[in-house]
Design a protein around this ligand. Structure first.
Ligand code: NAD
Ligand code: AHE
Ligand code: ZN
Length: 369
């Protein structure tokens, strides 16, 4: 079949709207009609050329929601008409990682996914004879995409696509990092670096968990208002802090944060996030992804004295199990999404979403098909 997609031909260049050929679903695969997709900073990370795993040409996008049109042989858990959210972290429920119950990082198809291919080692997308890479197993910047059955969460049909697409990455990553990865407890003091599409969901998760102080650090002063709406108690603009930011945060938290979260992708901030944690028990969670060649550093003393450095991918959530629950939370008004979707665009204008991200005007832009 033919479908419309935004194709990234080269690192650092705008996406190009094209008609592409899409082959139907093979065994264990599902054809999805995408209804909406968010644009996450990770799409920009790869588009820009900073991603060491980046491949071109590619159809980016990993924050979608849509409807099943067709299923391949052997697919049992989904049928045409089902509403689904694509999962860049699949859940096969049979690999060593899924069975361990220690991680959400299913390894069933990670090797081919990282090469921009379906699990059988081929691509379903092409233009003429040129194959186009899949992205994070999702490629939601296309009106239709083919995904493995294990990479789709079935969700309730009354949930609006233009909001729940954000649960495909940002909402789950932010809230999940608080409740599944860090397991923040009531009364904890929390520091969040970066109050964008992820950090604001960390704030929302911290409030749900019953945190006491929820401190947000961002160089964009416009972020304070939205963050307060989601539960922020103290806003810190590092450009206005006299002296050392870490010392300032330790003082503000009465000895150090119980939990901190880095939601920018800046290795200097990752160090500050660790070092502002409380001696003896503070846990710092790295969420931001940093470009090729970048490394984190700290004095081993920081760890010897009891601070813990952790990472979180997709908020530690098990996609097929947890994503439908998070959709329920949204529908039951236990979590809020609507104010975070600051812009909506048609696919033809998707490049404007990256401009809005860079200028700091948008929190999330959603593209509707
Ligand atoms: P975003 O662009 O919406 O937000 C980034 C925020 O960081 C902005 O508010 C910006 O003003 C702020 N910022 C920039 N430089 C700063 C500085 N020096 N000090 C303080 N604040 C600063 O991005 P996002 O979509 O929220 O993504 C954040 C990061 O998380 C990115 O690196 C993204 O790739 C990553 N991410 C990781 C996962 C995961 O599973 N681990 C999932 C989604 C996104
Ligand atoms: N390709 C990058 C890794 C990027 C990364 O860490 N991605 C996160 C999701 S970001 C979503 O917005 C993730 O899930 N990582 C686990 C995994 O298996 O990729 C690089 O640096 O090589
Ligand atoms: Zn993302």
């Amino acid at each position: 079949m033919k479908t419309r997609a935004a194709v990234a031909y080269e690192a650092g260049k705008p996406l190009v709207i094209e008609t592409v050929e899409l082959d139907g679903p093979r065994a264990g695969e599902v054809l999805v009609e995408m209804k909406a997709t968010g644009v996450c900073h990770t799409d920009e990370f790869t588009r820009s050329g900073a991603d060491p795993e980046g491949l071109f040409p590619v159809i980016l996008g990993h924050e979608g929601a849509g409807v099943v049109l067709e299923v391949g042989a052997g697919v049992t858990s989904l049928k045409p008409g089902d509403h689904v959210i694509p999962l860049y972290t699949p859940e096969c429920r049979g690999c060593k990682s899924c069975l361990s119950r220690k991680t959400n990082l299913c390894t069933a198809i990670r090797a081919t996914q990282g090469k921009g291919l379906m699990p059988d080692g081929s691509s379903r997308f092409r233009i003429g004879k040129t194959p186009i890479h899949h992205y994070m197993g999702c490629s939601t910047f296309a009106q239709h995409s083919v995904l493995p059955e294990i990479a789709l969460a079935r969700v309730r049909p009354d949930a609006p696509f233009d909001k729940i697409c954000y649960i495909g990455c940002g909402v789950t990553t932010g809230i999940g990092a608080v409740i599944y990865t860090a397991k923040v407890e009531p009364g904890a003091n929390v520091v969040v670096f970066g109050l964008g599409g992820i950090g604001l969901n960390v704030i929302q998760g911290a409030r749900m968990a019953g945190a006491d102080k929820i401190i947000g650090v961002d160089i964009n002063p416009a972020r304070e208002h939205m963050a307060r709406h989601f539960g922020l108690t103290h806003f810190v603009n590092p450009t206005e802090v006299e002296g050392d930011l870490v010392a300032y945060l330790v003082e503000l938290t009465g000895g150090g944060a119980d939990y901190s979260f880095e939601c920018v992708g800046n290795t200097k901030l990752m160090r500050q996030a660790l070092e502002c944690c409380h001696r003896g028990w503070g846990v710092s969670v790295v969420i931001g992804v940093a470009g090729s060649g970048q490394e984190i550093a700290t004095r081993p003393f920081q760890l010897v004295t009891g601070r813990v450095w952790k990472g979180s991918a997709f908020g530690g959530a098990r996609g097929r199990t947890d994503v439908p629950k998070i959709v329920d939370w949204y529908m039951e008004r236990k979590i809020e999404i609507d104010p975070l979707i600051t812009h909506k665009l048609p696919l033809e204008r998707i490049n404007e979403a990256f401009e809005l991200m860079h200028s700091g005007e948008s929190i999330r832009t959603v593209v509707e098909f």
